[in-house]
Structures are given as structure tokens and as C-alpha cells.
Design a protein around this ligand. Structure first.
Ligand SMILES: [Zn+2]
Ligand SMILES: [Zn+2]
Length: 457
């Protein structure tokens, strides 16, 4: 059920209007990339907002699946990937999953049944299902939306499968569901390596290792073995959580990792940061300085909320510019880096012509805005010094690489909502970040509201 925008011949004006760009704007009128579209058949590209990392009761998210998907659909999202831990929402009859195991004493009542069944727990707690979530779903969708079977003292609730969710919520051109899951692995010392696989329906077993880098490498290799030839994406999730789990050195050693979560504000505050330690935006620059200097494809940064509980607003998302709201076009655009990460601001246009990065904000609220063009010079200092951190109450003893201030510098600042930066001969790459200027503006990924383009070189 994919709606494809028909290809048609466009004038530049029509193209700009379709992109949401002000037609009179000299900003994009000068772009050779756009000029090349004059008179040529080209798809109309649009921005689509989505989240490729979220949880529900299929693993350790709070709400039942229908409630969770409905939340995104009714909050302005165009696409989602329900990415539960180490499980795909298939028809297979199951009673256990990530952090829970509840086989019924008597299987007879489940004869002919399908999907995952989870027990209603009398008390709340990770990763339990309580009567409250059942009630919330019934309130929203009616009693028929929740199926239960009681065996002895235990009441089992059936999880809606991906196929059923898709049938209920997907609407061509309006809302798209992409299958996937979060492959969750870890080290013996407690560091965690989580990777999302997008547009897959098969899960492979938990991978552990001594070092996060081993797990990253093995997990990526396993995905190639399992999904090779398929149109899928792999993202390295929340590198900082819980304690510098995936380092810049890991991503430098593994150039095959192309996507990572720059902004996973679902874990904001839930990590043990060292005052001198890197944060995700710095990690991004360390990796891309190296990759740009060595002619490798740059690491692209995604925004995700990684929602488990659903109180309050969503905290980060990705906005993709694609020819249509189809899996094929979205994945192609993400792979090409035609998307931005956001936790509250939007771009109306982003153009890179090979030398000049031009951005224009989509201003939705009055305020003072700033554009920072960030990059690294060719003569940067690639060395790092190591600080040793003792074992803490929550984290293992660790070594943290501290990098030079010459990596990830502000190359230019524009006070306003549109601006451009032309790469200098000594620049390795450039990316743009837009922020709303407030008294409490935080640095790095915690800047909010903000949005980040991909890096260009
Ligand atoms: Zn995770
Ligand atoms: Zn997650």
C-alpha cells in the first residue's frame, strides 16, 4: 500500500513551491542542483516527519501497541518504525520476550491463537503491563481493541501484530508504518550496544562481546548475512547511553556504520556524563573529521525519541525529504543524507551544491533564531588524551577519550533564519545547526529547540 507521487515535468517555480520554498527566494534560485531540474522530469519532494525508534508493550514500552501508534499518527508524524527490543511483531504465538517470561499453566485456551500474549501485572515496573494500559486502550478504541484470555489467576493480553497495526493505522500518502526492531546487545561490564534495523521482519539472536566495538561490528556483519540484498537501514543507537558505550574511535574503526543517533532525547539525563567527556555532537564531529580527511562517507545523524513512557511531548525526531511517503523513497533519502534531526525546529530548505551549504528555517513561532555553521579544519589535531574514570555506583571503570577543541568548531554564525556557508579550501566538511536563542540554551545535543542538518563535504 504505497502511494507514489507521479513524476512530472516541473518548472523551477513549481518545484520550489512543492518544497515549501518561497518562490522569490534568491537563496535557492542560485542552486545548480535545482537549475538542473528545469525542464527535466523530476519527482516532487516533500518533507516527512518520522520516528524510527520507539517502544510499546511488545517489549518494555508502557502503552499497548495500538495506543502508541495512534499517538504518533495523531501528533503530526508521517512515518514510524515500532522498534521493540529483540522482537518483531509477528503472528508467532509467544509468552515471553525482552525481560519477561510468562508461559501459561495451560496452553489449551491458546489453541489456534497467534501473536505475543503478556500477563497483566498487579504492580507497575519494568517491563510490566498493568490494567491501566489496558484501560487506556479500551477507552480510546473500545473493548474490542483488547483481547484477553484468563488462565487461573493470570489474565493474558494479546499484542496487536505489525500487520494488524498497519491495516488499522497506515494511510497511503498520510501515514506509513515501517517494520523493524532494536537489536539489543551488551558487554559483561554493563555497557550496551543497541542498533535499530529498519525495514526488516526477522530478528537475529542477542549478540554480546567484551567490547562495544566487537558487538557493533558483529551485529552489523550479522545483519549483512541476514538482510543482505534487502532494502534496509541500520542505525547505531544512543552512543552515550549509559556510559560512553560507543565511542568515536569505534565509529572511526567501523566506517560501514553510516547512521547513528545524534539526538536520542529519550535518554536525556539518564547517563553518567563526565564533565570532560564528549557528548554526541562532539562525537559526530570527531568521526566526521576523520572520515572527511580519509575520503570516507560521512556519518549521518538521526533524531529519535526512543519512547518508552509516553508522558509529555516527544523529544526528538527526523524529517526526511523524499519523493513520496513510501519505504523505498524514505530509505533512499535517508541513505543520501537528505534529512535533518530535530527536537523542535524545522528547515524549510537545505541545499548543498558541492561547495555552498544554504539553509532556510521554517519559522513557526516568533523568536530570535541563530544558525551555526559547524565544521573542522584540515589542520585539526586528531589526537586524544585518555582520562581514567573509576567504577561508580552505576557504571564500570572506564577510559574516555578527550578530543581537541579544534574538532567541531563554529565556522560562522548567522543571527537570523536563513544563511549560507561556502566551504573554504581548508575546511573538511560543514554542517548547520539552528537554535532558538534563549537564556538557558544548552550546548550539543541538549540544545532545545534546535535542528541539525547532515554534514556536507
Ligand atoms: Zn536502546
Ligand atoms: Zn530503544
Amino acid at each position: 500500500m504505497v502511494k507514489t507521487t507521479p513524476r512530472r515535468t516541473l518548472s523551477r517555480r513549481t518545484f520550489l513551491q512543492a518544497c515549501g520554498v518561497v518562490a522569490a527566494s534568491a537563496l535557492v534560485d542560485t542552486s545548480p542542483a535545482l537549475a538542473a531540474l528545469d525542464g527535466a522530469a523530476a519527482p516532487v519532494k516533500q518533507w516527512f516527519k518520522g520516528n524510527l525508534h520507539m517502544h510499546n508493550q511488545w517489549s518494555d514500552g508502557t502503552p499497548l501497541p495500538d495506543w502508541a501508534i495512534d499517538w504518533y499518527k495523531t501528533h503530526g508524524y508521517h512515518f514510524v518504525c515500532p522498534s521493540d527490543h529483540n522482537i518483531f511483531q509477528s503472528e508467532e504465538l509467544r509468552f515471553d520476550g525482552f525481560g519477561f517470561k510468562n508461559p501459561p499453566a495451560d496452553l489449551a485456551p491458546f489453541q489456534g491463537e497467534t501473536s505475543l500474549w503478556k500477563v497483566i501485572s498487579p504492580e507497575a515496573g519494568w517491563p510490566k503491563l498493568t490494567q491501566r494500559q489496558v484501560n487506556e486502550t479500551v477507552e480510546k478504541f473500545g473493548a474490542d481493541a483488547v483481547r484477553t484470555i484468563t488462565v487461573g489467576e493470570q489474565t493474558y493480553v494479546r499484542m496487536t501484530t505489525f500487520g494488524e497495526l498497519e491495516q488499522r493505522f497506515a494511510e497511503p500518502g498520510k501515514f506509513l508504518m515501517i517494520p523493524g526492531y532494536e537489536q539489543t546487545g551488551g558487554c559483561t561490564d554493563g555497557r550496551q550496544v543497541h542498533m535499530n534495523f529498519i525495514n526488516v521482519r526477522e530478528v537475529f539472536p542477542y549478540i554480546s562481546g567484551e567490547q562495544p566495538r566487537d558487538i557493533l561490528e558483529k551485529t552489523w556483519a550479522k545483519s549483512q548475512e541476514c538482510y543482505g540484498g534487502q532494502d534496509y537501514l541500520c542505525t547505531a543507537n544512543h552512543p552515550l547511553w549509559r556510559y560512553y558505550d560507543n565511542t568515536a574511535a569505534d565509529f572511526i574503526a567501523l566506517p560501514q556504520i553510516r547512521l547513528f543517533e545524534l539526538n536520542n532525547n529519550g535518554i536525556d539525563g539518564a547517563y553518567d556524563a563526565h564533565p570532560e567527556g564528549w557528548k554526541p555532537e562532539k562525537l559526530w564531529d570527531v568521526v566526521n573529521a576523520y572520515r572527511a580527511a580519509h575520503g570516507q562517507p560521512l556519518l549521518l545523524g538521526m533524531g529519535s525519541d526512543d519512547r518508552h513512557g509516553y508522558e509529555g511531548d516527544a523529544s526528538a525526531w527526523s524529517v526526511v525529504r523524499a519523493a513520496s511517503l513510501s519505504v523505498k523513497d524514505l530509505l533512499e533519502a535517508i541513505r543520501a543524507g537528505d534529512f535533518y534531526a530535530s527536537n523542535g525546529l524545522d528547515f524549510q530548505d537545505i541545499q548543498f551544491d558541492g561547495r555552498c551549504l544554504t539553509v532556510k528555517m521554517d519559522v513557526r513561532e516568533e523568536g530570535q533564531y541563530r544558525i551555526e555553521f559547524i565544521g573542522t579544519k584540515k589542520d585539526y589535531d586528531p589526537t586524544s588524551r585518555v582520562i581514567e574514570v573509576e567504577k561508580g555506583p552505576r557504571c564500570p571503570a572506564r577510559k574516555i577519550d578527550i578530543y581537541s577543541d579544534s574538532i567541531g568548531v563554529v565556522l560562522d554564525t548567522v543571527e537570523g533564519t536563513e544563511g549560507a556557508y561556502t566551504l573554504k579550501p581548508d575546511d573538511l566538511y560543514v554542517r548547520a545547526k539552528i537554535v532558538k536563542v534563549t537564556e538557558n540554551l544548552k550546548p550539543d545535543w541538549q540544545s532545545r529547540p534546535a535542528a541539525w542538518t547532515q554534514p556536507y563535504c
